[in-house]
Design a protein. Structure first.
Length: 112
């Protein structure tokens, strides 16, 4: 994945987490041989369980109390799809929204 796509993905996720957090944003990265998993969660109000499947729909804003376009999570989903990755939403242990992104690991070529 090019650096600019990764920056766009992380920027959107971190902007959302910082916007909704009460004070804590958690970031975890777990690389493995086949994938890299990125988790970003916050201690904000979160999203009702029955609305989780609505997240990532282009232009949809579940809470309009803060500024936004409703495009950030849709862009993240598009980037994940373009690189064969996945995005999933859950309630974070901190109480707010948790976002899990899984991307295929970058294939390295052997030095010759």
């Amino acid at each position: 994945m090019p650096d600019d796509d990764l920056a766009e993905l992380l920027g959107n996720l971190l902007e959302n987490a910082c916007k909704w957090a009460s004070g804590i944003v958690e970031i975890r990265v777990a690389p493995s041989h086949a994938t890299t998993s990125i988790f970003i969660g916050d201690d904000g109000p979160g999203v009702a369980e029955d609305r989780m499947t609505d997240l990532g729909r282009r232009g949809l804003r579940l809470d309009q109390s803060k500024a936004g376009s409703g495009l950030g999570l849709a862009i993240v989903g598009d980037i994940c799809a373009a690189y064969g990755g996945d995005i999933a939403f859950e309630r974070c242990e901190l109480g707010g929204l948790g976002v899990n992104v899984t991307l295929p690991a970058k294939q390295r070529q052997s030095p010759q």
